[in-house]
Structure formats: C-alpha cells, structure tokens
Design a protein around this ligand. Structure first.
Ligand code: SF4
Length: 418
C-alpha cells in the first residue's frame, strides 16, 4: 500500500521550548525527585512593581477591574469600556480612550499603566520567525516567538522565567526556575506581538496572529493560576476573543492538573511525550518519575474535550539512536491506542552542550510512516527560527534566580526611589 506523503507543519513549536540569548551554557541540573514541587502551587515571587509605582491594568480579571473602577467611585459601565479599549482596541495609553472624560483619563494615567514589557531584543529569522526577548519590571527576562504561516500564525508564549523541570533535550531545562510569570506578563506577550504586527482591533480580518501555543519557557501547569487567568482574559468574547480551539497548552505531564485544565479552560492539550518506556522517559523527561506514562495517558483518555475534532497532540522529539527506532514507533501507536490523537515529530534542535543529536531525515520519515500506517496524523515539524535560537527546545534567557529576600529589597528600593 502506498502511504500518503508526509505532511510537514510549520506553525507550532514543540512541547515546552525555549530561545537562547546568552552563551553561558550551564550543565543541566541533575534530577532529584525532591526538586519537584508536590503540586502546581509553586511559591510565586511577588508581582514586580512598575518603576513609576503605577499598577498594571493589563492582567486584571473582569471582576478585579470592576472592583478597581468601583473603588474609584465610577459606574460599573466604565469597567466594560476599559476592557473594550484595552483588549479590543489595544490601547496603550488612557489618553486614547476619548469617550472617557479627560479628567478621568488623567486620573487613570496617574494610577495605572497599560505598558507592555520592554522588548530587549527583537530578532527576525530568515524564515520570518520572530523572537522577542522581553524584560519585565523586575529585570527578569523571558521569550516569546511568533511563527508565521501564509495565512495564520502562532505565538509561542512563556509561562515561567526558567523552569523547575530538567528535560534533557531542552535548553530551558538548563536554566533554573527564577519565578512564575504573572497573568499580566503572560497576556502582555500577546499584546506586544499584536502591537508589533499591527493587528488591532481584535475584529481585524484577516490577521496573522491566529493561535497561541503555551510552549515557551516553563511548565504552564506549574503556574496554573496565572496561566488560567491570562487565557481567560485572552478568550473573553468582548476583548481579544481568541477561541479556545486556537489555544494549545503543552505540558510535560503534570497529571493532577490536566483534568482541571480541561474542565476550566477547555483548550487543546499537547503532551511532551518523547519516549515509549518509563525507563527512557525517566531520563528524557524526568517528571516521568513522578507521573509515569500509564498515569499520563489515563489523564489524556479522561481529558474532557478530547474528541476526533479536537485531538490531543503528542510531541515526540527525534533523538538519534535514543528513541527513533521503528520498534519505538510501533510501541508508540500501541500506547496511545484509543486516544483521539496526532503525533508531532520534532527534529531535535541542537544547542551548545546538548547531549543528543537529531535523527536522520530517512529515519524520521520511516518512523512517521509507521505512525501514519496506524492511522495517526504524523506531521514532521519543520524547524523554524533556528538561526535566532527560536526553534523548539532552544529558548533560554540569562535571568538568574534571585533570592526572594533580595527581590523584596530591590522592589522596596525601587518604590522608594519614585
Ligand atoms: S525543561 Fe521541560 S518543562 Fe521545562 S521548558 Fe523545557 S521542555 Fe518544558
């Protein structure tokens, strides 16, 4: 039987990934189960204060925004107006909000800000992929990557600065977790990309930024509260209004959070799988020691929105001589039997000091044919943005972990200097 030609996809990135800005590469941390948090509830660093002391309005939930408006003695309707101007029109200043009285605009401007993070670096690849190194109010940095297609495009969004996990194929995994990103910082990644692409208002058609993949730096399910809050803002029908079907959240397998994510957000799910035995996955994705493959796949079977029209994506990075045999391919299709799924095969994107090599193209094709013959779509992801270290698994910023006490001191000093 002649099998259909392999489909190549371009727009999405792998399970969590990460950019490389500095060249100070560290040895990947040795895995210890003790390093893994018990739940997603990692201690958050305090939200960074803006240098001028104003409060960010981006990232407030509808309820929080309403509470702020009422506290100012304004009517309820003002909260809807502000929401519309911020998320539908993309206003960067209160002064643009001309239906609001000048006095109110000035008052808001004195108390709040709509500022985006600083784009410390803005790099465009020869293939059109664009990467921003974003600097937040406390100086920490994370990256966002826009991967354009002809008539659509995905923004790969980060959820943490660094990562607690140490997936062996991933450059971010060599950067210790600095802190979780706040909802403001997650939504702002989208706002900044849309500013850069000139795609406001939200109703503008056609537009290039059509999808979001939570596959940047960090494990989104270890920063669930902020990620959920941010995605609810982005999905809100009176603002950015991006459909949940256009949003994919990728996890390395934080099993206890998967169901909640499906029930509360109902976004598409991607699993960073990469191996078919616990023995190997324990090495490549060390979180597997805590949540082994069988538990992870059961969580996928139970994922509320999984269906033939909304299949779960299994990310599988192709590592030469490690996980790329045809026996692995056969074991893979056996493992996921019964799950509405597609498998993204990702040619490994090397980074300096990486312990693996990419499988040969012939081997990737042969692997894909086995998967395809079993009835699963098996697109091979064309690497994007390799020249700017924006490809899958290559993201990394130079932010380093600062002790919480030092952070607090820095914030106090910065507030005092205002
Ligand atoms: S180390 Fe693992 S969880 Fe963390 S960013 Fe990389 S792939 Fe994602």
């Amino acid at each position: 039987m002649e099998l259909p030609r392999l489909q190549k996809i371009h727009y999405s990135r792998s399970a969590c990934n990460s950019p490389v800005i500095n060249t100070l590469y560290k040895t990947p941390m040795e895995f210890s189960p003790a390093l893994l948090p018990e739940t997603h509830a990692l201690p958050d660093a305090p939200a960074p204060a803006k240098a001028d002391g104003r409060k960010p309005m981006i990232g407030l939930s509808r309820e929080e925004l309403l509470a702020e408006v009422l506290a100012l003695g304004e009517s309820k309707f003002r909260a809807s107006q502000l929401w519309h101007w911020i998320y539908h029109r993309g206003a960067k200043t209160f002064d643009e909000m001309t239906p609001l009285a000048k006095k109110l605009r000035e008052r808001l401007d004195g108390m709040y800000t709509l500022a985006r993070p600083l784009a410390d670096k803005d790099l465009t690849s020869f293939d059109g992929t664009r990467k921003w190194l974003l600097q937040f109010a406390d100086g920490n940095k994370a990256e966002s990557v826009f991967i354009p297609e002809e008539d659509r495009g995905a923004l790969c969004v980060s959820s943490q600065v660094g990562c607690t996990l140490t997936c062996k194929f991933c450059h971010t995994g060599t950067q210790k977790l600095v802190r979780n990103l706040t909802a403001e910082e997650i939504v702002s990644q989208f706002m900044l990309a849309r500013d850069a692409l000139g795609e406001w208002p939200s109703s503008k058609e056609p537009r290039l930024l059509t999808n979001i993949v939570m596959m940047g730096m960090g494990e989104p399910l270890y920063n669930y509260e902020n990620v959920a809050k941010a995605l609810k803002i982005i999905m809100d029908g009176e603002g950015i209004s991006l459909s949940r079907r256009k949003i994919t959240l990728s996890t390395s397998g934080v099993v206890p959070m998967i169901r909640q994510c499906g029930e509360e957000l109902a976004v598409n799910l991607a699993i960073s799988l990469h191996a078919v035995t616990d023995e190997l996955r324990d090495v490549i994705v060390p979180l597997n020691k805590k949540y082994p493959i069988a538990e992870l796949l059961q969580a996928c079977r139970d994922y509320p929105t999984a269906s033939n029209s909304r299949r779960i994506t299994f990310e599988y990075v192709m590592l030469k001589g490690v996980n790329d045999s045809l026996a692995d391919a056969r074991a893979l299709v056996k493992l996921i039997k019964g799950i509405p799924a597609k498998i993204n095969l990702i040619p490994f994107n090397a980074w300096p000091g990486a312990p693996y090599e990419c499988s040969s193209w012939e081997q990737i094709e042969a692997f894909a044919q086995v998967v395809l013959a079993a009835g699963y779509a098996s697109p091979v992801r064309t690497p994007r943005g390799r020249d700017i270290y924006a490809a899958c698994g290559q993201l990394k910023s130079d932010s380093e972990k600062v002790r919480k006490s030092v952070l607090l001191k820095q914030q106090k000093e910065s507030a005092a200097s205002v």
